[in-house]
Design a protein around this ligand. Sequence first.
Ligand code: C2E
Ligand code: MG
Ligand code: MG
Ligand code: MG
Length: 283
Amino acid sequence: AAKRRGRNTLLLFRQDMALAAQTKLRNIEELRRAIDEQQFHLEYQPLISVETGRVFGVEALVRWNHPTRGRVPPADFIPLAEETGLIVSIGDWVLRTACAQAVAWGEEGLRPLTVAVNVSARQFREKGLHASVAAALSKSGLSPERLELELTESAIMEDVPTALFTMNALRGLGVHLAIDDFGTGYSSLSALKHFPVRRLKIDRSFIRDIPRDQDDIAITAAILSMAQKLNLQVIAEGVETEEQLAMLKEMGCKEAQGFLIGRPASPQAVAERLQGEADSAAG
Ligand code: C2E
Ligand code: MG
Ligand code: MG
Ligand code: MG
């Protein structure tokens, strides 16, 4: 009986595997179609200066509106896009769209903003990234210093010498670099010194339990103090409460991003917010 059960389990296991493989193939097919049929759009989340509350930039975040499944969050499709390499063409579209949007806001009369674009590990490894960034800049006419590329610690640490070469080449285009989700990877502090990055983004997981969690406060304080010594700007991600913002301000954190400050929003909503800021400054 045990043997039979074993065999049945194996059969079920095989069916499971086959089903999983089918589902995956279907997902890949759908992701490919999403690119062709332009089912993606971008939302933009404000980045503010803590001191003034003013928006100095936005982070572009990709959104997939699936014809039947509705909104699919990036966490549910970026990993597959990474694995299949489809992230390269999605990323290229994101870059072109975000740069074009930044220019379009300017044409509407809004003051210049920094636009931050996420670059995944796979994109960062691909030789074509430099050309893709250069093309997005030249097609849109965006001045390079207004584009900031967000890299992850793990993408950089995978192969530090190559990463350094790529980062320097990107800096050569005039764009800025940031390290996203900082603190979750394992950046060696000595390597950090050599990276041509301008900003660290403290990961949301360290901000979430501030001001309650003393360890998270200590980690955030350590990042802030180290960044100051290395001359890096720091933004806190995932700020959701007034208490967090007040504590971060007290700790000397100069920049923030999070639902408290603004949720990712359409280009129109961003324009209205900036217009509102301009009006209140004038009035
Ligand atoms: P990320 O780059 O760290 O982006 C910040 C994520 O945190 C966004 O999730 C944003 O909506 C969310 N967030 C912002 N403030 C808060 C807050 O106060 N509370 C909470 N709970 N969440 C907050 P989203 O848009 O779901 O994106 C998740 C991740 O997917 C991003 O993390 C990024 O790694 C990746 N991603 C998004 N767009 C792109 C893209 O265009 N290209 C690539 N390669 N990756 C992207
Ligand atoms: Mg990011
Ligand atoms: Mg992040
Ligand atoms: Mg992230």
